[in-house]
Design a protein around this ligand. Sequence first.
Ligand code: PLP
Length: 408
Amino acid sequence: MNIADIEKIRTLFPILHQEVNGHPLVYFDNAATTQKPISVIEALDKYYRFDNANIHRAAHTLAARSTEMFEDTRKTIQSFINAKEAEECIFTKGVTESINLVAQTWARKFVQAGDEIIITTMEHHSNIVPWQMICEEKSAILRVIPINDSGELLMDEFDKLLNPKTKLVACVWVSNALGTINPVKEIIQKAHAVGAKVLLDGAQACSHLKVDVQDLDCDFLCVSSHKLYGPTGVGVLYGKRQLLEMMPPYQGGGEMIKEVSFEKTTYNEIPYKFEAGTPNIGDVIAFKKALDFVNEIGKDFIAHHENSLLAYFNELLLSEELKAVKPIGTAKEKVSVQSFVIEGMHHFDIGMMLDARGIAVRTGHHCTQPLMNRFSLEGTVRASFAIYNTLDEVKKLTDSLIRICKLR
Ligand code: PLP
């Protein structure tokens, strides 16, 4: 693929073709949520125009149709992450719910007083707070792997933290604030060697990297549709069958049961045991189109293009006029996410000035307050690049930053 291909890809995203504050929109807030291709938007529209019906429980044609499409997404995500079985993929609201599901079922059942759970310094709050809650409830201990100044895990320190009391390592695969790609395969092997399970927060990783849960051998992987060109309100929890079968249900209600009487209720098979109530049917169905979009372009091409955007940005930042811009997160292995600060300026003011020129970036702590504390920062400006971004847009960002630096 080349520039012409990126231009073609851009035509698939209607939202990109608008002006914001009198300038063409430059959308660099992809780590917060990606934009949606027309195929996803049309799938949602089609679902509500022609197919809307509740799934799994009715004899009529519309219900059969929507059930088939819903389960088709499950098969697509199974092959996207290379799970052994579609039943190992549970639909949730997003990564936050996927993590809470594991904390409230697996951890509540298997974590005992004095057990240890290991996370990293660079976790999103959604992979910190659920474990703090369970540790408090169970009198278990939360341990944290430190990082170096580039934003890389100190693996020697991880080795020291691991011990037979470690029950779980819950680790972000790719940091949303720094872009760091963590060595998850090594983490999984080491954790398994002491008998611990591993949960990967794949919120950021799944849109940039190839995912193969069987090769990784992770016990749980959490996926978010809206970071992967799909609708909001949909996520996936992958878990190994054996673990999911041992876990109690998350919520009680319709669909998750086999039989209910006032004396006793028996539970459904996986994945339905964890899918109580009417799910987000339309958005799950549209999520398939997002996965098809990524599959069609291919992760190799996506990585190649996004890495060239990141490299170009960092090259431009080396210019004398931008020497006040300090990149935060300079790991050797990273995706196309670049946080930075400008000496003497508040990140929020920088974000506002960029917005005035049509450039959307994220500012603040990125739901990683302990990580910001590690760098003695209140927040950063974060530019995160996706497949539809261009080198020209990156240049617009650095041109605007040059103007902003002159105001210091
Ligand atoms: N984990 C990471 C690394 C994230 O970047 C995010 C979202 O920003 C989440 C978890 C939460 O994901 P969701 O919005 O799907 O709940």
